[in-house]
Design a protein around this ligand. Structure first.
Ligand SMILES: [Zn+2]
Length: 283
């Protein structure tokens, strides 16, 4: 599995914001200690970002303008957002060429809709990557599995009614952003109750994986969030560390070329969650 990461993503922060550089610093340190090596990502081409976002959104990120208090217009955020999106594109290309990959970068992306930045997300990294692959290659179907604890409303917005894409999101309800209460068209939304623990969650994920399998996608994109963890400060699911190995294993068992893109996860154990997930994926 190829891991894409750059220390460049540590360069921005807002004090008190849960989406901190410390998250990534710890993931990188732990994975490096475990012997993993990383490939340096390149920024996304603006044309690839414009394939899924409005010119107004791209302009507002470039000019440092935001109406969303959770997603502030920090200095140079455009550069960081381009690098995170580019990293996802490279992970997708790697998977398409036969080697599974994981883009471990920030900012995250799955809340950014076609026209709106929100929820710590500027550009929808996984959507940029999927749209690029769909555009560049003549294959038929791709699935996106979103296992962040929050609904991937941005990814749904971008791919709704796209017949080449199946979008599956497991998320806590009720919780931010308040969408994803029911499925629509090609978007399968699976609400999960607060307090749900590993065994039940894994059963739900197994059913979701069966739906993905039935769609027969040639590529699988995973929005990998770790805020389903019991100790996460932003949500109320009860997953434990070994559950992430199981999750990785269930996804690997689909036997579909895949790439993952880091989304949320805000607990002190985030790095350990990511490590377990990768072990499950590669076992
Ligand atoms: Zn999240």
């Amino acid at each position: 599995m190829v891991l894409y990461y750059s220390d460049d993503c540590l360069g921005y922060h807002e004090s008190g914001h849960p989406e901190s550089p410390e998250r990534l610093r710890r993931i990188h340190a732990l994975l490096a200690q475990e012997g993993f090596v990383f490939k340096e990502p390149q920024p996304a081409d603006v044309r690839d970002i414009l394939a899924v976002h409005s010119a107004d959104l791209v302009d507002s990120v470039k000019k440092g303008f935001s109406e969303d208090a959770d997603t502030p217009a920090l200095p140079d955020i455009h550069r960081y957002a381009c690098l995170s999106a580019g990293s996802a594109v490279q992970a997708a290309r790697s998977a398409f060429e036969g080697e599974n990959a994981f883009s471990i970068m920030r900012p995250p992306g799955h809340h950014a809709t076609r026209r709106r930045i929100m929820g710590f997300c500027y550009f929808n990294n996984i959507a940029v990557a999927c749209a690029k692959i769909l555009n560049d290659h003549p294959f038929k179907r791709l699935a996106v599995l979103d296992i962040d604890v929050h609904h991937g409303n941005g990814t749904e917005d971008i791919f709704y009614r796209n017949e080449r894409v199946l979008f599956v999101s497991l998320h806590q309800v009720p919780l931010y952003p308040g969408t994803g209460l029911q499925s629509k068209g090609n978007c399968l939304n699976v609400p999960v109750r607060p307090g749900t623990a590993g065994a039940e969650y894994l059963g739900i994920l197994k059913d979701a994986c069966a739906k993905i399998s039935g769609f027969k996608p040639e590529l699988l994109a995973v929005s990998a969030g770790f805020d389903t963890y019991a100790m996460d400060p932003l949500a109320e699911l009860e997953l434990d560390l070994p559950d992430y190995e199981e999750i990785g294993g269930l996804i690997a068992n689909l036997h579909i070329p895949l790439f993952c893109v880091l989304e949320g996860g805000y607990s002190r154990d985030l790095a350990e969650c990511v490590l377990r997930f990768i072990r499950g994926l590669t076992a």
